[in-house]
Design a protein around this ligand. Structure first.
Ligand code: NAP
Length: 297
């Protein structure tokens, strides 16, 4: 292997160290911990695992997680009602509705019940719009985590050709907006794209976000390109790692690449929301952030 490994676990650990420090400062300022409410619908084992992992990470950095678990038979009206309750609850700083919800539910309606100020997972239309217009807010956690990972390794983006495989509302689409905001030239590919191989071959940065193990072959990668594999199905990414690592200049492993960055970004945005929440109530604003250097949030 010649590529540099983009170690999401290590970068996430560093980010979480900063989050822990911020939580300590927040508790000292406000006498309470930040609170993340997680909503899990149904009994999908993968979703249950993701929610548990997020709650465990919360505990490690001092964020209180409040778990709401709803039966798979819940209807959209009830789900929206429960999410709205959390939006209105002054004791909650951030809300995560675990995606995907069971198919009979209108997931978009449930996402939109999250008030933007608590949308720390960046799933609402309002958050997407702020991402698209480069107006701050909370980007969707996985794209936000990918950007933080690329920045941690000083991967240049301006002027580079980024090819994104996948255009979902929570991953591919907002990632393109973030990369555009960093002056990359962005191409989206999806299930109807003709000539996928040619697009990938032309990319300086390839981000695979599909969920089809081995879709991207090693020989498609332009020598020196950067490869980010966000796909995760059957414990495997979308990219033929061994083949791609022979040609890429840098590549994420699966697991240990994008996944840890997603959770760390969610938690960083939860603390950010907690500071903003208290500032709205007239409390102390955040000091200069230990996480990302932003001020007065
Ligand atoms: P999704 O909503 O199912 O979207 C998949 C996307 O892939 C769609 O845009 C689809 O195109 C496109 N696609 C399907 N077949 C394709 C093909 N042959 N060539 C090119 N594009 C193709 O999935 P998602 O929620 O975005 O998640 C994508 C993957 O990322 C999954 O493996 C998921 O587990 C993983 N993921 C990882 C994390 C993490 O933290 N590591 C977080 C979220 C998701 P159409 O739009 O045309 O249908």
């Amino acid at each position: 292997m010649t590529a540099r490994l983009l170690d999401g676990r290590a970068v996430a650990d560093t980010l979480l160290d900063g989050v822990r420090d911020e939580v300590t400062a927040f508790v000292a300022a406000h006498g309470r911990a930040p609170v993340l409410a997680t909503v899990l619908v149904g009994d999908d084992p993968a979703s249950a695992t993701y929610v548990r992992m997020k709650a465990n990470r919360c505990a490690k950095v001092g964020i209180t997680s409040r778990r709401v678990e709803l039966d798979a038979t819940v209807d959209t009206a009830e789900l929206v009602r429960r999410v709205t309750e959390l939006s209105d609850d002054p004791g909650v700083d951030g809300i995560l509705l675990q995606h995907p919800v069971p198919e009979h539910l209108d997931e978009r309606a449930a996402f939109e019940a999250i008030t933007p100020a608590k949308d720390v997972d960046g799933v609402t239309r309002a958050s997407f719009a702020r991402t698209a217009f480069h107006e701050g807010g909370y980007p969707s956690a996985t794209p936000g985590g990918i950007l933080r990972l690329l920045d941690a390794y000083d991967i240049p983006l301006a002027g580079k050709h980024a090819v994104i495989l996948g255009r979902s509302a929570i991953l591919g689409r907002p990632l393109g907006m973030l990369l555009l905001g960093r002056d990359a030239t962005v191409t989206y590919c999806h299930s109807r794209t003709d000539g996928l191989t040619g697009h990938v071959r032309a990319a300086d940065l390839v981000v695979a976000a599909v969920g089809r193990p081995g879709l991207v072959r090693g020989e498609w990668i332009k020598p020196g390109a950067v490869v980010v594999d966000a796909g995760y199905a059957d414990n495997t990414g979308d990219v033929d790692f061994d083949g791609a690592a022979e040609r890429a200049s840098a590549i994420t492993p699966v697991p240990g690449g994008v996944g840890p960055m997603t959770i760390a970004t969610l938690l960083a945005q939860t603390v950010e929301a907690a500071w903003a929440h208290e500032a709205d109530r007239g409390g102390a604003a955040a000091p200069v952030s230990a996480v990302d250097g932003k001020e007065g949030r």
